[in-house]
Design a protein around this ligand. Structure first.
Ligand code: UD1
Ligand code: MG
Length: 454
């Protein structure tokens, strides 16, 4: 079978009450349309068409790197039937056409395969599901022989028809020639004044075509996303599914209902992820890693035996083995930590490298810095990297001791083995093995009469 795939993604999504095209809403950090597209690509197809319209630029951008997509514009969104019609001139009559809705993101490859297989010996197959709460979906109307004869949309359905629990999932496979004939006969005489794709069922049945229905593998996967509530339900479902997939591979997850992965996690063995951890983008974790509650990790590599303690954020960085980060630490992009590095509470590291066994345990800012091995950065140390116009570099060597509350005014170099006294403001390079101190001498006034509240 030669299969053309059409994904409908031109609608605005009025029920979201948002200017953003609906199919660009994110599910697990990925636009809805991308979920549908990626599942579609798992099937053997001739061509994938995406019908776009509302928010054209944004939709094109969301998938722009994929040159395999044939984009078709629907200038006015006059309904799902009208959307399909825009593509048909490009599709050979002998093809079968699989239509997918861009707002039904969890559809499985298994259900699609069932649907496609059902169409090998018929000209028309349709995916349906039974919903306890079918509100909003097109209902499947069957005759006394239990054959489908039409689909009736929620807004056009009688009270009796609204009681039908079998719904149109939004996926069908139709022989192109038949699809063409039916779509060209559609009218918009309905409550929404739209050209409904769903009306082609009745048209095909009138042409004596047998429409076969296939039941979706599960109801959740055919859940359409029309409202923010539906989006959040789908998100939760998907996250729990991902958590279980990871647990099946040996990752410990304290509570799958408080776990969010918006991207990919490549996981080693014996990883423990505590509650409310959010992971985004591409993350690689070694063995024996512990991530404490409330951490956010984006696009980073975390080495073996690393502990990321509560409320820490790591972004676009590389953390070497045996490091301890946090609690309340922030590792900003382009940071590289060696092995056994400690970055403690309220320490911010930005675009900096810290060598093996170096420690910055409390209340520091380390930005645009290159720090060697075995160095200690005391509490409250600040690399003053910004002069209001440009950023400057701080270089700190190996085995340096930077006393608490020191300010290092960049550009500056502190050489190996040197000591910076607590409270110093360092503006000149410090030679190796020396002590740099900048303090005014202490003055003590005896018997000082401190003002006191009367
Ligand atoms: C549609 C079906 C309904 C089904 C449900 C499943 C129709 C008429 N109704 O209803 O039977 O139960 O999906 O989720 O098909 N779109 C366009 N151009 C348009 C209009 C829509 O590309 O002119 C796209 C939308 O971007 C969306 C998809 O088609 O991705 C479905 O449209 P939507 O408005 O969400 O239809 P539903 O009311 O959900
Ligand atoms: Mg919909």
């Amino acid at each position: 079978m030669s299969l053309s795939i059409i994904i409908l993604a031109a609608g605005q999504g009025k029920r979201m009450h948002s200017d953003k095209p609906k199919v660009l809403n994110l599910l697990a950090g990925k636009p809805l349309i991308r979920h549908v597209y990626e599942t579609a690509t798992k099937i053997d197809y001739r061509k994938i068409y995406i019908v776009y319209g509302h928010g054209a630029d944004q939709v094109l951008r969301a998938l722009d790197e994929d040159s395999k997509i044939s984009w078709v514009e629907q200038k006015e969104q006059l309904g799902t039937g009208h959307a399909v019609k825009q593509v048909l001139p490009d599709i050979p009559n002998d093809d079968h056409v699989l239509v997918l809705y861009g707002d039904v993101p969890l559809i499985s490859e298994a259900s699609l395969m069932k649907l496609v297989n059902a169409a090998t010996d018929s000209d028309f197959s349709l995916l349906t599901a039974y919903f306890d709460e079918p509100y909003g979906y097109g209902r499947i109307i069957r005759n006394d022989n239990d054959n489908i004869i039409s689909i009736i949309e929620e807004k056009d359905a009688s009270e009796k028809q609204k009681e039908i629990s079998e719904v149109n999932a939004g996926f069908m496979v139709v022989k192109a020639e038949l699809l063409n004939e039916c779509v060209n006969s559609l009218n918009n005489k309905n409550k929404q004044e739209e050209y409904y794709l769903t009306d082609i069922v009745a048209l095909a049945v009138n042409k004596k075509t047998k429409v076969s229905t296939v039941l979706a593998e599960s109801t959740i996967e055919v859940q359409g996303i029309n409202t923010r509530a539906q989006l959040s339900e789908a998100e939760r479902y998907y996250q729990v599914l991902q958590a279980h997939n990871l647990m099946d591979k040996g990752v410990g997850i304290s509570d799958p209902s408080r776990f969010d992965l918006r991207g990919n996690l490549q996981a080693g063995s014996d990883i423990e992820i505590d509650v409310n951890v959010v992971m985004e983008g591409k993350i690689k974790m070694g063995d024996n890693v512990y991530i404490a509650p409330n951490c956010i990790i984006k696009n980073s590599v975390i080495g073996n035996n690393v502990q990321v303690l509560a409320n820490s954020i790591i972004e676009n960085s590389i953390i070497g083995r045996d490091c301890v980060i946090g609690p309340f630490a922030r590792i900003r992009p382009d940071s590289v930590l060696g092995e056994h590095v400690h970055v403690g509470n309220f320490v911010e590291v930005k675009k900096s490298s810290l060598g093996n066994r170096t420690k910055a345990n409390h209340l520091s800012y380390i930005g645009d810095a290159e720090v060697g091995i075995d160095t200690n950065i005391g509490a409250g140390v600040i690399t003053c990297n910004y002069d209001g116009a440009d950023k400057h570099k701080t270089v700190i060597g190996n085995d340096v001791f930077v006393g608490s509350d020191a300010q290092l005014i960049a550009p500056i170099t502190i050489q190996d083995g040197s000591t910076i006294a607590a409270g110093a403001t360092i503006t000149k390079d410090v030679a190796s093995d020396s002590l740099a101190i900048s303090r005014i001498e202490q003055k003590t006034i005896p018997s000082w009469d401190r003002p006191r509240k009367k």
